[in-house]
Design a protein around this ligand. Sequence first.
Ligand code: SF4
Ligand code: SF4
Length: 294
Amino acid sequence: MIKITVVSGKGGVGKSSIAASMALVLSKNRDIVAVDCDVDAPNLGLLLGVKKEGFSYKEVGTKEKASLIEDRCIRCRKCVDICVFSAISWDNLPIFDKYLCEGCGACQLVCPVDAIELIKVQNAFIGFTDTQYGFPVVGGQLKPGESGSGDVVTLVKEKAEEIANKRGIETMIIDSAAGIGCPVIASVTGSDYVVAVTEPTPAAFSDLKRVLEVVEHFNIPYGIIINTWNTNPAFTEKIEKFASENEITLLGKIPYDKAFIDALVQLMPVVAYDKRFKKLFKSILEKTLAEVEK
Ligand code: SF4
Ligand code: SF4
């Protein structure tokens, strides 16, 4: 199984849109599964024309939350004092805030009378569906206010593997969350190659370097794509120089074009919306696969 993960340190640089077009172009020659690992703000399915109701979602639980067994409590307040997440307030009894509780278990440890239990909560949904393009998309959604996105990403990837194994699919394209936190680490873990998307702005470039540090830590080979390169050619040159000096493969430069916005509005990958972009994405994929197979 080849796993290619698309990341971007900064959100809003076109990562999911690029992942959707890469998935579609890749699917012309290979059996693929597309995986949306941005469980905080999932939209790969949407970009492939699948609305939320189209997914066969099931609830999953990856977190525990503290809960009071009231008749045991002797009102010592030890739990309130120990909670560094300020998840316990006091009203003659401890009151646990389910949104603030991280399930660390410290309160349970200090309680002298076993009056606190940790209860598993259903904090997310995961599911999949077949797209109109002939390949499945798997994704997840964290429930509002819930935490534990890294673990949910792991479950989403496990689901994708299960589907791939059942259907004999050998290529997975993963749309990671933005940033450099748990869900990104969970997304890139086990990847054969990472495609890092950036834009020619100081903020996007700075965040690109941060996410590349994470990818390097896991020793995964990677290349970069500069999106909307023509909005700032001088800064694009700076990123290209950085890539060349650090022997990073530049997989492609994508211009700003209104077709990308129109495709988003139509819930289509840009390569399906406007045939002009097929050649560019084919070239990006050829370079990516050549890197994967090195
Ligand atoms: S489990 Fe941890 S975060 Fe939750 S209430 Fe207890 S101490 Fe606070
Ligand atoms: S530590 Fe236990 S006994 Fe003390 S207030 Fe909290 S729940 Fe009640």
